[in-house]
Design a protein around this ligand. Structure first.
Ligand code: ADP
Ligand code: SF4
Ligand code: MG
Length: 333
């Protein structure tokens, strides 16, 4: 593989979730920390879609926010085109890089100002980055972007509340495209939409990827959504990446017991040949994670070693897995 566009190394983020100082003094409590993301490493090649999946609270959005530059990491690094975006020692290159990175959120309300007309919303990155100055040219560009995402240039005169959820997500996509980005981080972009609308937005995103040579970091709690989007998939559990594999490989031969559990819960999976089962058990409290492998309280293969020793990620020709049972060959294929 050529030089990856994005390289994430040992990325970690801890949140201080302590009670206020006075309460802690009175109740004699220690400070409390929540390790939302721990030691997460992956790369994304150009024009690839790397998906991050995992149940709610597994740390996906925290990773996304650190990768786009919205949230400072507690440790590790994020490099895009070889520039460490958190080191800030190459400000000029970082500025050029900024316009190449965009984000699409789950709720388009987060990114669409309700008091602005759609044409102003879409033009905002063009103006902010100083990509065009002539108003007529900007107007023409906005009309073109609206058409690109399947809307009408006349829609630019309307306000976000005049559109359906799916149309609003199209507006958010047009806005993201307006700075001609190379890399788009999509955090659950279709999770708030009806299933039929979801499919339309996913198809649009794939078409845009082909047309503009985009690279995606695509985040979803739903493996079925990711299946038709991703080239490679990373599975997160309690802040850690437990398995990374090419999408086809992950669906045909999942290795980590947690990946298997997630796949067993996905409907319409003819390929796996396994019956559908709901995901068992609950995610432990991330403030007090279990000792050893974080998945051990829910894992059918857990043994004594799993309850004391954290499994290290091991890479081979198929991908990367962090599991003692896989490393020991205890797992039946
Ligand atoms: N700003 C914050 N302060 C404290 N805890 C946070 C903050 N943001 C996220 N968390 C916690 O970090 C963990 C991971 O959250 P998140 O990255 O949003 O997960 P996901 O996107 O996979 O649902 C959760 O336990 C969440 O409660
Ligand atoms: S390390 Fe042990 S507990 Fe963790 S997933 Fe593997 S078998 Fe299960
Ligand atoms: Mg999230």
């Amino acid at each position: 593989m050529s030089e990856p566009l994005v390289t994430v190394r040992n990325l970690s983020r801890t949140f201080d979730v302590s009670k206020p100082w006075l309460n802690r003094m009175i109740e004699r409590e220690e400070k409390r920390f929540l390790r939302a993301v721990q030691d997460v490493s992956f790369t994304i090649g150009r024009r690839e879609t790397f998906a991050l999946v995992g149940e709610s609270g597994s740390g996906k959005s925290t990773v996304a926010n650190m990768v786009v530059g919205l949230l400072p990491p507690s440790g590790g690094s994020v490099s895009i085109e070889g520039v460490d975006i958190w080191k800030r020692d190459d400000q000029a290159r970082l500025r050029t890089l900024r316009k190449k990175i965009q984000m699409i959120f789950q709720s388009p309300f987060a990114s669409l100002n309700p008091r602005w007309r759609v044409d102003r919303i879409i033009a905002e990155p063009i103006r902010a980055f100083g990509l065009m100055r002539d108003n007529a040219a900007i107007e023409a560009e906005v009309g073109r972007l609206l058409k690109t995402v399947g809307l009408d240039p006349a829609d630019g005169a309307k306000y976000p509340h005049e559109f359906s959820g799916g149309q609003r997500q199209r507006i958010a996509i047009a806005r993201a495209l307006s700075s001609k980005p190379e890399f788009i981080v999509c955090d659950e972009p279709t999770s708030a939409l009806d299933v039929s609308v979801q499919a339309q937005i996913l198809n649009l995103m794939r078409d845009l990827q082909d047309e503009f040579g985009l690279t995606y970091l695509f985040i979803s709690h739903n493996l079925a959504v990711v299946r038709h989007m991703a080239t490679r998939i990373g599975v997160m559990y309690l802040g850690r990446l437990v398995e990374v594999a090419p999408a086809r490989q992950m669906f045909q031969a999942p290795r980590h017991p947690y990946t298997r559990m997630l796949l067993d819960a996905v409907p319409d999976l003819e390929m796996s040949g396994r019956a559908r089962k709901p995901v068992d058990g609950e995610i432990p409290n991330p403030i007090t994670p279990p000792a050893g492998c974080p998945f051990n309280p829910r894992c059918p293969l857990a043994n004594g070693r799993c309850r004391t020793e954290m499994p290290a990620p091991v890479s081979d020709a198929y991908g990367t897995v962090a599991c003692h049972a896989v490393a020991e060959g205890r797992l039946a294929a």
